[in-house]
Design a protein around this ligand. Sequence first.
Ligand code: GLU
Ligand code: MG
Length: 445
Amino acid sequence: MSKYTKETIMESAKAEGVNFIRLMFTDLFGAIKNVEVPASQLEKALNNQMMFDGSSIDGFVRIQESDMLLFPDLDTWLVFPETHGKAKVARLICDVHMTDGTPFIGDPRSNLRRIVSEMKDLGFSQMSLGAEPEFFLFQLDEEGMPTKKLNDHGGYFDFAPLDLAENCRRDIVLELERLGYEIEAAHHEVAPGQHEINFKYADVVAACDKIQTFKLVVKTIARKHGLYATFMPKPLSGINGSGMHSNISLFGKDGNNAFYDPKGEYELSETAYHFLAGVLTHVRSFTAIANPTVNSYKRLVAGYEAPVYVAWSPSNRSPLVRIPATRGMGTRIEIRSVDPSTNPYLAMAAILAAGLDGVKNKLQAPAAANDNLYQKTDAELQARGIYALPADLKEALDLLNESDLVKSALGEHISSKFLKAKYEEYDEYRTAVHAWELKRYMSLL
Ligand code: GLU
Ligand code: MG
């Protein structure tokens, strides 16, 4: 049931003196787009009549079929606490539809709903997602552009004065709380200048909306502190990168956590094991979605707490999937490969489809890898059926291209546009001459 109706939204807008409404959606590559309309247009917007030019959005439609409609999700009504100048602004997150009212197959959010409804057909009621996006804070230069200078030299769980960003992080937390986030913890991460703020898990579509808004808030507040926040997976070599660990569980129609079984091994249910097996079977194919940039692969290397091998463990942090110690309603699997450059709606559609494939086909999870995989040779790992994640974006795209399961989780439109754009991105990188090459070869050759 919806928290709001058109009528209660109209009343709230009036009572709060809202002047503008941002209608937001996410493009194929994870960028948030928005159209701002004055309050006089709110009723029209709530009646799904706001039109925009879809051909101007990367990966959407061709010029000939450019008009598209925004269908606001009433549950996402939010009045921003701060005024912008004199204006009071609210937002609604929207699904994108064609002018005949049908959902647009290239809209990542509607596409995720499609996979969620497949999940419901299999007897589940909800997929929960708790995401942990990490980020770095860099200093800005006089022109307001990001520099490569970190703003602190703190480490994991450090206090000020080592953690100079403490005030900025607190302001981010306060702003998120004003926006209705339940913040569970905020701390300095392992690398200098790196931070993490954890917010409570939610239903997967709402959780993806939260990730998108989280990124906006972090960037906006950081700027107020003279800092630049980046969710780039590996901004500096030689130190940890930023992940977006994704804690996932399914709930049954009875409202219980379908991953929990007090009698199962590690108190995991058969459903959890099948889901896990599906994720491990397809992860190499959905890595291009979960880790969609050239830079993502600089993070997925040994020695920086990021996963390299396709394996799981209830205890140790080196494998790709970890089972956190919480049990009961909190039982979940933590997928550690995902990074914050992903489009969360696409990543979750792919992960859910992979897990459901495991459930449908009763795939068997391999034995847990409770030892340190980084101390083993490739041959030893392969003898145990443990393979590495793709080493670069090209390998990841080739694997995605070969996977019917992941391509159908995205739909034909999204997968073909995504692959085309990302192959081009990779090719641009492949043919560029990088700083490393100049340093390594120029004076030598
Ligand atoms: N920053 C690490 C990563 O790249 C994760 C650190 C942690 O365990 O929180 O995934
Ligand atoms: Mg972390």
